[in-house]
Design a protein around this ligand. Structure first.
Ligand code: ADP
Ligand code: TYD
Length: 203
């Protein structure tokens, strides 16, 4: 028995969180046993690392390793057991975020990210990844209207454009896994796209 692993990705303010809870409810309405989680976070230890990551100044290397430390705990205690029990895990961010933020945004070395990825989760990859794509300026406007900025969200527009480009590069490398979603669309239109896609992951 094996579940499905679904991730939501995109720059801050792209609209991921707006859809994750709704998506899990749609899965449950179809009789699917689904849980929602997020990164960094998802377990008590990883949530504590998240608090540090979002608030404390730190070097790029420390940030990269803490992201993967949080991920390892999340995988061991939540993601792998849930998948083994046949559940669907719907996660707000996963390793594509590391490639986009620590790799693209901070220009971190790809070979270290690849090495950590292989160590921390081997060949486990999401079955489906929704990439919410929109211009960095538009995402910044939405964030400004919605909430106070955390450590990442205080980065400038050029940083978020690099993150966006890194995400688009990832999506181009794995077109069967990714679904690119135009984040400028109305929420109802995005829900239709997501709803229609659910059936294709179940098969
Ligand atoms: P993320 O989780 O990607 O950071 P959020 O889901 O928190 O983004 O959305 C950021 C803000 O943009 C929220 O105020 C949300 O209501 C709004 N928003 C999300 N999706 C849309 C959309 N498709 N159209 C207009 N506003 C949106
Ligand atoms: P997120 O949960 O999307 O924050 P919010 O609820 O404010 O939208 O993610 C927190 C931040 O962590 C986000 O700015 C992206 C960053 N992040 C990385 O830089 N690398 C990673 O590997 C992950 C998972 C997140």
């Amino acid at each position: 028995m094996s579940g499905r692993f679904v991730t939501f990705e995109g720059i801050d303010g792209a609209g991921k969180s707006t859809h994750v809870d709704w998506y899990v409810e749609r899965l449950k309405a179809r009789g699917i046993d689904a849980i929602r989680s997020r990164e960094p976070g998802g377990t008590p230890l990883a949530e504590r690392l998240r608090e540090l990551l979002l608030t404390q100044p730190m070097s790029m290397d420390t940030e990269l390793m803490l992201m993967f430390a949080a991920r390892r705990d999340h995988l061991e205690r939540l993601i792998r057991p849930a998948l083994a029990a046949g559940k669907w895990v719907v996660c707000d961010r996963f390793t594509d975020s590391t490639w986009a933020y620590q790799g693209g945004g901070r220009r971190g070395p790809a070979e270290r990210i690849a090495w950590l990825e292989a160590w921390v989760h081997g060949d486990l990859q999401p079955d489906r990844t929704y990439l919410f794509d929109l211009p960095a300026g538009m995402a910044a406007q939405r964030r400004a209207a919605a909430r106070d900025a955390d450590r990442f969200e205080r980065e400038d527009e050029a940083f978020f454009e690099r993150v966006r480009e890194a995400y688009r590069g990832r999506a181009g490398q794995a077109p069967e896994r990714f679904r690119l979603i135009d984040g400028r669309l109305p929420i109802e239109d995005i829900r239709k796209i997501l709803e229609e896609d659910i059936a294709s992951i179940g098969n």
